[in-house]
Design a binder for this molecule. Sequence first.
Ligand SMILES: [Zn+2]
Ligand SMILES: [Zn+2]
Length: 285
Amino acid sequence: MLGALFYGAAMPISARANSVFQWLKNASGAVCTIIFPSGCRLCDQLLTDATRLPICELCLSSFPTSLPGSCDICGLPATFDPEFPQAISYCRDCQQRRFAFQLARSYGLYEGPLVRAILLLKYERIEPMGTWFAERLTEVVRKEQERMEADVVVPVPLHRRRARERGFNQVDVFGRPLAGRLHLPYRPVLLMRSRPRPEKHLLRHDERWEAVRGAFAMRAGGRVDNLRILLLDDVMTTGATLDACSRALREAGAKSVLGLTIARAGQSAGFSRFHGKPKDARDER
Ligand SMILES: [Zn+2]
Ligand SMILES: [Zn+2]
């Protein structure tokens, strides 16, 4: 220390100014790194406001959130199903009363930048992103306040092997702040996934339904008697996962289940059934 001071004092003025300049430069760099961590994770644009969100305003406002003419029950956008019976405002699945949940809603479409934002949430556990999505989902709930009244918030659980691999359930990242905003209790250990998803990467529509049939169960001691459940997941594709969880909750005595996800995937149950396209692993958990 003394040596360093001595050395400093003995330095020529220009060298000292230079080292002060260098120190300032490093310090301001460090401050910048704290306030502006990096560029936007989606478009690389420099983040200019002091938010902890790793996505810029422009990208946030580009999320596809319009769900035109969607099904009154499951929220399926009419554009996903070329034979959507517009006149009665229910998709064909809902006409056949396929789902065990009362209704399902999503913030946006699982397309473009929203896919990448959800992947950040899912694999990097970016908490400010979770809070941001929680705010958007609160707005979705408030929009249909009366139909979306609930007593408790429950996330779709991961199988314990998957939970161990990932270290967290991505639904908790936005589920906890959402429950806080809605002033509802958050119950992440009420349900469990007793059967893991098949290892196969791509699942056809019928395989998706088969993969989750009876795959969820109540944990011992979990009580949902007469409760209205707000069931959360990140992405809804066929609705099979939300349906399987809803059945387990209803069988345990829940009064009703409402589904809520960040995004609705384009290749819906209807779409793949009518076109026979292979499905990707979007709601792979
Ligand atoms: Zn951006
Ligand atoms: Zn529907």
